[in-house]
Design a protein around this ligand. Structure first.
Ligand code: F6R
Length: 452
């Protein structure tokens, strides 16, 4: 572009694209045709909405790898990456497909496929509620979403509770045949969704008796993975639009995996649309930047998947199923109990505010929970945090522990509690400050802080 005389004010790819579109308009194309010509020269993922001073009543947009939708209003139309941005104005939306471009004026919308042929895409009516987009009494959306967890979990398990059991139909019409015929599970996801998958592995292997591997989607998609077509591919994604997860799903299919299931929070997003079976979590709109209620609703969905698999593979009997259902029924109440600890957590947060680093420890299925805790702390407070399986402490990380290093321990009253207690002793011996999440009634000791 520089060779054509364009002067750059930034080093962003967005500016390159703007100049490229301008270049095509200078050859006599209108805005849409210039955009269509420009995207053919692009590689990678983009979601573009373009305006030109020459055609101020027209908007052209293009999508590849990133979410983009068109909202259809009365005498007005919209482009957005998420329904929540436009739901106050309209609920009627068209989800653009990979390679699509579109042209919008106040009165009309035209959509074109990757070959620039005009196409009719389905119009969806979004069910996102306006109330879910308002802050209410909360200070920020992350706080609101944390407090929405009891409701979000109750909604996600509602169908199982109403049915009085875990039916394969929770995952789609054909789920019984598909889930009953698989020989294992391969979970693919990113970030927090990956940690939900890591947690589920403990359940799927222990309760359903099936082998389960979990892999970060951005790693899986670029390696020569070994594929067993009898294994079910489970993708987990709040947004349903994460490019690495979508590409990992495509790659798994190309390796011969025939059966795919998506656990997702956003209906009609790309990943569930590309999957054979779907389970929608019902967390509601996620506005806050960090996943909170999305994570716990994913866990609720994955637990339901585990019990369904256990039933279909003869590992869960009717009595155990009833017991799991009863435990699930109490989950929203237990979460509310944990949320009532907020004042105590605020006191802890003030002690953390001045720290540079933190360690999170857990064992068994609480190790992925520790990973998620460390991710949340670094993402939201910019404090460096790492998580370890508590048994790994003595193999290196213990060297980092001193009075300046807060150590958060997840220590529920399970069969690993005594092991975790001895790990806490190692921290104490090095003068580390312990912050312990334990079950109510678990014995506490003088020099640690505990949330029960
Ligand atoms: C962390 C967080 C991210 C997402 C990750 C995957 O708080 O939000 O780590 O979990 O980007 O996103 P989804 O689940 O939409 O595929």
């Amino acid at each position: 572009m520089a060779a054509l005389g364009y002067v750059f004010e930034s080093q962003t790819d967005t500016e390159v694209i703007a100049h490229l579109i301008h270049h095509h308009m200078a050859q006599g194309r209108d805005l849409l045709a210039a955009l269509q010509a420009a995207v053919k020269e692009l590689t990678g993922a983009y979601a573009l909405a373009v305006l030109s001073r020459r055609e101020p009543d027209r908007l052209a947009c293009a999508r590849m790898g990133c979410p983009l939708l068109v909202g259809l209003g009365e005498g007005e139309n919209f482009v957005a990456s998420d329904v929540s941005a436009i739901v106050a104005a309209t609920r009627r939306v068209i989800f653009l497909e990979e390679g699509d471009t579109a042209e919008l004026t106040r009165g009309a919308v035209r959509v074109f496929d990757a070959d620039d042929r005009e196409v009719a895409r389905e119009v969806h009516v979004s069910g996102v509620s306006l109330a879910s987009l308002e802050l209410g009494p909360y200070r920020h959306f992350m706080q609101k979403e944390i407090h929405e967890q009891p409701r979000a979990i109750a909604d996600t398990i509602e169908a199982a509770i109403d049915a009085g059991g875990f039916e394969p139909a929770l995952f789609g019409a054909n789920a019984e045949a598909v889930l009953g015929g698989i020989a294992g599970v391969q979970i693919l996801a990113c970030g927090t969704s990956y940690y939900a998958g890591l947690t589920a592995r403990y359940w799927i292997e222990a309760i359903a008796g099936l082998p389960c591997s979990v892999e970060i989607a951005s790693e899986y998609r670029y390696r020569d993975a070994w594929a067993d077509p009898r294994h079910l591919i489970v993708t987990i994604s709040q947004s349903g639009e994460t490019l690495d997860t979508m590409e990992a799903l495509k790659y798994a299919k190309s390796l011969g995996h025939r059966h795919t299931l998506s656990i997702c929070n956003v209906p009609e997003s790309a990943i569930p649309r590309a999957s054979e079976l779907v389970c929608y979590t019902r967390a509601g709109a996620e506005i806050g930047v960090a996943s909170t209620k999305a994570f716990t609703t994913q866990l609720a969905a994955l637990f339901q998947l585990t019990v369904v698999l256990g039933k279909l593979h003869g590992k869960v009997n009717a009595e155990q199923e009833a017991d799991y259902l009863e435990q699930l029924r109490h989950l929203p109440g237990s979460i509310q109990h944990a949320l009532n600890l907020e004042p105590q957590i605020q006191v802890w947060a003030e002690r953390f505010a001045g720290k540079q680093n933190a360690l999170f420890l857990g064992r068994g299925l609480h190790y992925p929970i520790a990973l998620e805790g460390a991710l949340k702390l670094k993402e939201i407070s910019y404090i460096h945090a790492e998580a370890y399986p508590a048994g790994e402490l003595k193999h290196g990380p213990l060297a980092l522990v001193d009075a300046a290093m807060p150590v958060v321990v997840i220590a529920p009253n399970d069969r690993l509690l005594e092991k975790v207690k001895s790990n806490m002793q190692e921290v104490r011996a090095r003068g580390g400050e312990l912050f312990v999440f334990a079950d109510h009634g678990t014995a506490t000791s003088a020099n640690r802080k505990a949330c029960t």
